[in-house]
Structure formats: structure tokens, C-alpha cells
Design a protein around this ligand. Structure first.
Ligand code: TPP
Ligand code: MG
Length: 425
């Protein structure tokens, strides 16, 4: 019998996060880390009697890192991103005030401290790409073409809002022109949906970038794994931002996962993973741009972990008392807007103090106009509840499966309704 020829083991192929070592007994993977500072502290739970609180352990005194120069952004583009970030923040402040005035119908979620991540990531998308934002990515929506007016009307459930008053928070998108999938509250579910959008484009003969986000908490869900794995296996152009803002509701990231950095998850998916400082717009943009380019070349998904801090509670009802105060102080010094402002005005001198002041007051003017318009605009009529959310008037006739209750005159029900009508007048 002919002796089987012993095959030499082939060197491992570069796949995903790239195997460096060809040593048969050990593999080495790389995770690109764009950060100029690597915060070194952890949070632990301390029980005192019946109460639980969190303590920070580590060095919180490090100096604030500079902004990393972008490999791609021009001076004009940097100023444009800065403007989106300002609009993002000021719009959320306006929403907070509207909520306190009782004008917002549902809750309000804030992306305070995360504006660089939302705005600079969406800035890397091209027209034919798709976006699937989560609740904190209102900046991404602004960059993608929604106005502050749209968003404020949405929160007040106004007739002229993107969902015509049918949803009173962030569940809106635009699948006609802006290529925006509405946020899905079930954490992780946007990932397979966006992967499906990329697959759809592929079937039409195009490779596009599809960008979405997941939090440090939400990335633990099973559907996150299923969605990213599907995109990886199918080589779909998913650009996944894992927004590690250190908290998922009141659970600190240190109690949510065991890996050092969430970007390491990329190794298990067999895709490239990278880490950026989520408070540095240039780092966020560069990583997003490179991931989008890979996607458009048909080279598959990228996982980008953006490290930052949720600077408010989970939503407006949450005062975030459980967050140790020194942590807020540490991240407040790293505020993405004031650092970018400093970079543009003082370091690069791309924006004079005068031009900066003019830019800020222009953003405020736009916001004031949009807020006044949104507040003055009407609520939807009750009859309109039977209409569609996405279809243009007349493009679909969606027949309601229910009807407005008809009350017979002279019955107790009619009496109660009249009373109610008088009461609410
Ligand atoms: C599958 C699923 N489980 C739980 C929730 C409830 N929930 C909504 S937001 C949230 C915390 C999310 O934390 P994280 O993913 O870190 O995002 P962040 O709020 O920090 O942006 C939870 C548990 C949900 N919406 N979906
Ligand atoms: Mg979080």
C-alpha cells in the first residue's frame, strides 16, 4: 500500500482580527486600539447593610488626552461634525426642558457624552448606505437628515412627526429616502435586521455599509451573537459600534462581561475588531470610515468598541444615584464637545473664537425656531389613528380592524362619555 504523503500543516490564514504568529501551538490575534489614553480603573459592588453601592478602584487623576488627528477629515469636515455634535446636545437639553414642561408624551433618552460617537460614525456613511440607530443615537439621525424639528415633534407625538404621532419616543426611521431603520427596543435585534439589509443589497448586486449600535449591556443578548455571526459568515457589510458607556441601566460594565475589552468579541466572530475613544470624534470617524470602506469592498463586518461614559441616567426618570461621583468628574473632563472645541479653536486654530461663537449662536437659532414650530404644531386627530405610519398618503389603504366605539344615546355609557368630554375640555 502506498504510504500516504504527510502534508505539511499550512500556516494559519489571516482571518478577521488577523493571526500573527504561525506557531502551531499558539495563535496571536490583534485588536487595533486607536486610543491615546487607556483608562485604568474598575468598579466593584459594595454591600453596606441592606444597601448596595459601587466603588471605583484605580487611577482617576490621569491628564485629559489630546484629540488624535484624523487621517481623513478635512478642516471643514471637522467643523461640520462639531456642529452636529452641538446640535445633538442642545436639542437634548431642549427636550429635557420640554419634558419638564409636560409637553413630551413618553420618556426621553439622552446621549450626553456620546455625541462624538453618534455624529462622527454616521458622518462616515454614504447616501446608499443604511443606518440603524439606537435610542441614544439622536446625533446619527441628525447627520442622516432628520431635523431637530422632526425629533422634537416625535417626542411630543405631534401630527407632523415622522410617525404622525403614533409613537411617542424614538421608534421612527425612513426607509424611503434616508435609509434609516427605526430603532428596535429589544436589544440586539437591529443587528440581524441590518445584516438583512446588507444581504438584500447584495442580492441586488451592490455592496453597501450598514451601520448599527449596541450597548455594553445589550451586546450580551443571544441575538447579537446570531446577527453578527450571520453577517460574518455571509461577509455582509455590517459596521457594528459597541457603545461601551460603562453602564447598562444600573449595571456597571465590569459586572456585565468578563473580557477586558468588548472588541475582543470580534475574535470569536472571526472579524476585525478595534477600539476607539468614543469621546474623540476623529478616532470614531476614522474607524467608521475604514469599516465602511471594507463593507463596500465586500470584505464583511467590523466590530468597533467605542469607550465612553453615559453622563446621565438610563432615561429622564433615572437620576443615576448609583454612579460614583468621581466617575462623572473623570469623564466630564473628557467631554467630547469641549475637547473638540478646544482642538478646533486653540490647537488647530481652524475656527476663530468669533466664528465659534457665531456657529454656536446659529445652532441655537435653528433649535429655537424648530422648538417653537414643534410646540405650536397640532396633535393628530383621533380619526387619523387608523392611517399608516410609513406609507405616503394614498399609497396604501390600511383598513382598520377596529372602529371608534359608537355610543347609543341615553345609555349610561353616553352619559359617562359626555362627562369625560366636559372634564377634559
Ligand atoms: C432584550 C432586552 N432585554 C432588556 C431590555 C431592557 N433594557 C432596555 S435598555 C437596557 C439597558 C441597556 O444597556 P446598554 O446596552 O449598555 O445600553 P445603554 O443604555 O447604556 O446605551 C435594558 C436592560 C430590552 N430592551 N431588551
Ligand atoms: Mg451601556
Amino acid at each position: 500500500m502506498a504510504k500516504k504523503k504527510q502534508r505539511k500543516p499550512s500556516p494559519p490564514k489571516a482571518k478577521g482580527s488577523v493571526i500573527l504568529s504561525a506557531n502551531r501551538h499558539q495563535r496571536t490575534y490583534t485588536i487595533a486600539d486607536y486610543r491615546l489614553e487607556k483608562p485604568d480603573f474598575s468598579l466593584r459592588q459594595v454591600r453596606v447593610g441592606d444597601t448596595i453601592r459601587y466603588e471605583v478602584k484605580g487611577d482617576l487623576s490621569a491628564p485629559v488626552p489630546p484629540i488624535r488627528d484624523s487621517k481623513y477629515l478635512s478642516k471643514q469636515q471637522c467643523i461640520e461634525i462639531y456642529r452636529w455634535m452641538l446640535l445633538n446636545r442642545k436639542m437634548e437639553t431642549a427636550l429635557e426642558n420640554l419634558y419638564k414642561q409636560g409637553k413630551v408624551v413618553g420618556g426621553v433618552y439622552f446621549g450626553l457624552g456620546q455625541e462624538a460617537c453618534s455624529c462622527a460614525s454616521a458622518f462616515a456613511l454614504q447616501k446608499e448606505d443604511w443606518l440603524g440607530p439606537m435610542i441614544r443615537n439622536q446625533g446619527s439621525l441628525l447627520v442622516r437628515g432628520f431635523s431637530a424639528r422632526d425629533i422634537m415633534m416625535q417626542y411630543m407625538a405631534k401630527a407632523g412627526s415622522p410617525t404622525k404621532g403614533r409613537d411617542a419616543s424614538s421608534h421612527f426611521g425612513d426607509i424611503q429616502t434616508r435609509n434609516v431603520v427605526a430603532p428596535i427596543s429589544t436589544l440586539g435585534d437591529l443587528i440581524p435586521v441590518l445584516a438583512g439589509v446588507a444581504l438584500g443589497a447584495r442580492l441586488q448586486g451592490r455592496n453597501i455599509a450598514v451601520m448599527t449600535y449596541i450597548g455594553d449591556g445589550g451586546q450580551s443578548t443571544g441575538v447579537t451573537y446570531e446577527g453578527v455571526n450571520f453577517a460574518a459568515v455571509q461577509n455582509l457589510g455590517l459596521v457594528l459600534f459597541v457603545e461601551n458607556n460603562l453602564w447598562g441601566y444600573s449595571t456597571p460594565a465590569d459586572m456585565q462581561f468578563r473580557v477586558k475589552d468588548l472588541a475582543e468579541r470580534a475574535i470569536a466572530y472571526g472579524i476585525p475588531g478595534m477600539i476607539v475613544d468614543g469621546t474623540d470624534a476623529c478616532q470614531v470617524y476614522d474607524a467608521a470610515r475604514e469599516a465602511c470602506e471594507r463593507a463596500r469592498r465586500g470584505e464583511g463586518p467590523t466590530l468597533i468598541e467605542a469607550k465612553m461614559m453615559r453622563m446621565k441616567g438610563h432615561a429622564i426618570h433615572d437620576a443615576a444615584e448609583y454612579v460614583p461621583k468621581p466617575l462623572f468628574e473623570y469623564w466630564r473632563k473628557r467631554d467630547c464637545i469641549s475637547r473638540f472645541e478646544n482642538y478646533l479653536v486653540k490647537q488647530k486654530k481652524w475656527l476663530s473664537s468669533l466664528d465659534n461663537a457665531a456657529l454656536i449662536s446659529d445652532v441655537e437659532r435653528v433649535l429655537d425656531e424648530d422648538r417653537d414650530f414643534a410646540v405650536a404644531s397640532p396633535m393628530p386627530t383621533p380619526e387619523s389613528a387608523a392611517g399608516g405610519v410609513y406609507c405616503q398618503d394614498g399609497c396604501h389603504q390600511i383598513k382598520p380592524k377596529y372602529e371608534t366605539p359608537k355610543v347609543r344615546k341615553g345609555t349610561g355609557a353616553a352619559f359617562k362619555q359626555t362627562e369625560a368630554a366636559v372634564h377634559f375640555k
